[in-house]
Design a protein around this ligand. Sequence first.
Ligand code: PLP
Length: 434
Amino acid sequence: STAPRKWNFGAGPAMIPRPVLERAQSEFLNYESTGVSLMELSHRSDTYENLNNRAQQQLRQLLNVPANYKIIFMQGGGHTQFAAVVYNLLAWRHHQNRAAGVASDDWRAIPVDYIVTGSWSIKAAEEAKRLGANVRIVCDAKKSLGSFKGIPEEATWKTSDPNGELRTADRDSGLTPAYMYYCDNETVNGVEFPYVPSMHDPAVPLVCDMSSNILSRPVDVSKFGVIYAGAQKNIGPAGLSVVIVREDLLQTSEMKDGLFPVPLMLDYKTMVKNNSLYNTPPMFAIYMSSLVFEWLVDPAAQRVQDGEQYFEKELIGVQAAATRNERKASKLYRALDESSIYRIVVEDKAARSKMNVPFRISASRKDDPSAVADKAKDEALEAEFVAQAEARGLLQLAGHRSVGGIRASIYNAMPEEGVDVLIDFMKEFEQKQQ
Ligand code: PLP
């Protein structure tokens, strides 16, 4: 019915499952027999409230979110959450400290710990600093490894090293950190945690940016204080963030508390109290996300459209998505490994992302010991690769502007066939270089 779809390897906004787009198109003018488009509905209508609740339930089911965690739909993206995390959890720790009669009442003294494994965790740490927080970098992969090509061993992180400069409770202030932060999948660098960090004080909530790998594999939510994700990679359209927060951490703050007031639009507690309907939510993004959840979710929980299940059950749940993602990523890494001109950027095999695969192309072959690297030539070859791929309908393969090279993003919505087409193209391109 429409022109053939191209394979979109963009890191975000990224591919949305084709059946979801078709379903949205079919409902665009008349949402659930209301006679109007979803975008024209009141966010206070029962119809919208049902959608809002259904989307939350779907996500709860998909990620097995325990009952003591709240799900919030918020405006904005990852950057919005970089700030929200700081405000909300410093407010929470500050109130905890006050209740416990901890000596220092200065919120600026409360440590916030960051694990840096790529450019998004750097940005999050920088935002926390900018807001005045006492940021401690407990692990800096670039410093330890020379570049963002893996994850330094947990035992080397300063919080967990008994001889390190940092302790869970700060030596000078005696204050327990408000949280420990990390990014589960560094979208630019292609570094993904193969585990949940464990070497930290359980009294310190773990905060995780899962923007580019949420729903790509099962996750034990109970290990986290806060999980958040901008929607535009593995969920739906930009403009929405999903936040999963443990309910005992919900703590807002007012000027009279001797602390910054948490801006209401960033305030998890306000959002929870109002069931994500404090103000006008990004309704269309939430609707699209709910279709993506439905595409993933167990068929027993599906809505039935015209007496039939709307989505073919190619995927059933997050575990099925994970199995497929594993297969897609491993065949792509294998093809890169076996070639003479492509080089995988992330050397630490266990930390290679299953969502974003950055690689370089070199005109001097890996198997030729006499070859001399020529950066300009390599970059020209990479540009040629991107252009030729584009002409073949393989879109957005250029690496992030900050690092260059090539990056193939293969989120849930990328069918295995798309990866196969890419691998065929890579082989063909390599052959032409000989
Ligand atoms: N965190 C991660 C892991 C990302 O990939 C991105 C995205 O581009 C961001 C944060 C920033 O997201 P946004 O552009 O929505 O602010």
